[in-house]
Design a protein around this ligand. Structure first.
Ligand SMILES: Cc1cc2nc3c(=O)[nH]c(=O)nc-3n(C[C@H](O)[C@H](O)[C@H](O)COP(=O)(O)O)c2cc1C
Length: 150
C-alpha cells in the first residue's frame, strides 16, 4: 500500500515517531511510505494514497493549528486517501488527548473514509523529548499493524 505520513513538530520527536512508524510499515513487503513535514506538503498535487497518517505534538491540550489547517484543506484538495490514522506526542498526563481530537476532525471532514486503526499516543520525557524508551517500540509495532491491515 501507498502511505503518506504528515507530521508537525517543534523539537523533532513527532517526526521521529513518524519515521519509526514508516520503518514498521516498510518492514512488511509491498508497502511504500512518504514522511513529510506538514509545512512542506503540497496539497495541490494530484496524488492518491491508501492511507494517510497524521501526527502532531500536543500543544496546550490539543493538536497544532498547522495540522488542523492541513486536515481542513485536505478535504477539498486533489490529494485523496481511502483511510486515515492519527498519532500524537505528549508529556505527563495528556495521553491520547490530542489524537482523539484529531480523529474527531478527520471523521467530520472525511465522513466516507475509514480509520485504519485507533490513534497512537506517544510519551516524551520532557518538552524537548526524548520519546520514552517503551514507547519507541510502540511506534514500530503500530506501523507493522497498519501494514498488515491491508
Ligand atoms: C507550546 C507548547 C505547549 C505544550 N502543551 C502541552 C500540553 O498541554 N500537554 C502535553 O502533554 N504536552 C504539551 N507540550 C509538550 C509537547 O507535547 C512536546 O514538547 C512534544 O510532544 C514534543 O514533540 P516535538 O518534538 O515533535 O515538538 C507542549 C509543548 C509546547 C511547545
Amino acid at each position: 500500500m501507498k502511505v503518506l505520513i504528515v507530521f508537525d513538530t517543534k523539537h523533532g520527536n513527532t517526526q521521529q515517531c513518524g519515521e519509526i512508524i514508516a520503518e514498521g510499515i516498510n518492514s512488511v513487503e509491498g508497502n511504500e511510505t512518504e514522511v513529510v513535514n506538514v509545512k512542506d506538503f503540497d496539497l495541490s498535487e494530484d496524488k492518491t494514497y491508501d492511507l494517510i497518517l497524521i501526527g502532531s505534538p500536543n500543544h496546550v491540550g490539543t493538536y497544532t493549528k498547522s495540522i488542523k489547517k492541513f486536515i481542513k484543506n485536505l478535504s477539498s484538495a486533489s490529494v485523496k486517501a481511502s483511510s486515515f490514522a492519527a498519532f500524537d506526542t505528549y508529556i505527563k498526563g495528556d495521553f491520547e488527548k490530542a489524537v482523539k481530537k484529531m480523529e474527531k476532525q478527520i471523521g467530520e471532514n472525511f465522513p466516507n473514509s475509514t480509520m485504519a486503526l485507533p490513534g497512537l499516543s506517544i510519551k516524551v520525557g520532557g518538552m524537548k523529548g526524548p520519546i520514552v524508551e517503551e514507547d519507541l517500540s510502540k511506534c514500530k509495532e503500530y506501523g507493522i499493524q497498519l501494514a498488515k491491515k491491508e
